[in-house]
Design a protein. Structure first.
Length: 76
């Protein structure tokens, strides 16, 4: 299975509405992505907590429709 970039973006936007998101399809297969998420939601949170917010938004898709995700978070 695979996940379209637009679906990935929509799920993160739903969980973090004010986020600025940049996504790259690393392998051209809709399965391996790199995502950069910028948001004030991350302010005061550890890097692990920031990443957990992103992964929580994708919980049902990880390992199922989405094989690999490289995450970078930036607090604004």
């Amino acid at each position: 299975m695979s996940m379209k970039l637009t679906e990935l973006e929509a799920l993160v936007k739903k969980a973090i509405p004010n986020a600025e998101i940049e996504i790259k399809d690393l392998a051209g297969d809709d399965n391996h992505y790199s995502i950069v998420v910028k948001s004030d939601t991350f302010r005061g949170k550890s890097r692990i907590e920031q990443h957990q917010i992103v992964y929580d938004a994708l919980a049902e898709k990880m390992g199922n429709k989405l094989h690999a995700l490289q995450v970078k978070t930036i607090s604004t």
